[in-house]
Design a protein around this ligand. Sequence first.
Ligand SMILES: [Zn+2]
Length: 285
Amino acid sequence: MFPVFFNNSMHTETNSVSPSSKKPALVVAEWRKKFPGKVNLCGVPAATVEDFALAHDIDFVRDTLSCTIPNGFNNKDTKVAASLPYTTGSMVTAAKYLLMSEEAGVAVSPTSGFHHAAYNRSMGFCTFNGLMVTTVKLLKEGLAKKVGILDCDFHYGNGTDDIIAKLNLDESVVHFTAGADYTSPQMAQRFMDRLPKVLEDFVGRDILLYQAGADAHKDDPFGGLLTDEQLYRRDKMVFEFCKAQKLPVVWNLAGGYQVAPDGSIQKVLDIHNNTFRAMVEVYHE
Ligand SMILES: [Zn+2]
């Protein structure tokens, strides 16, 4: 079974064009149906103000959580604010679980909305940077000395770079963000060819946080790079590398914006299902 760090409080309905906030519950329901006996649902404690302040300005954290300033969806919805401690909490808890367990393995955080969140600013459906809150917490608590962040969302992880620079974490964090270099479908094969070399940069890290973004799909209205088959190979390559290197990996959902006329997001869920399938095939648990 594979640990999936999920809490119903991660789920909110917003009127945003981004389905990110309702994805956790939908994707977990899909996995339980499609991969019977493979989902080990694990609880998620809420991240605290102090946790968020590890990677963000404390006033920005307080004002966002109290809905005094807009969240990453550019609204002041209290339901979104209430979900934020659990999305970041999921990533933190999944990473700590792997680092404190005997065997290096894989864990799932069905979360999105992290990488555009900068030190004191939210944007692009991202309010707080759960990747960087997790990274700094692991470093501070001595659970990791070197952290890798492999961001295969279609967009540039500007918020992650901003926090790494602000906190001078260049030495402790290797960050690759595909969105900085690969911006059109013509670059798909180049990305696939480079991925093995990108992965080599994570040799010797204590843990990898992997954003298996679904908006890298070629039909995504805000993305557009890889085919279904390439996305699946991308995920499989990442998991095979981590398994061979005994590198613990937490993966999450990140972006994905293909919405059917009836409002369903099955195409996005199918991409996340393929990531789950790649994990099951590589780790055989
Ligand atoms: Zn994106």
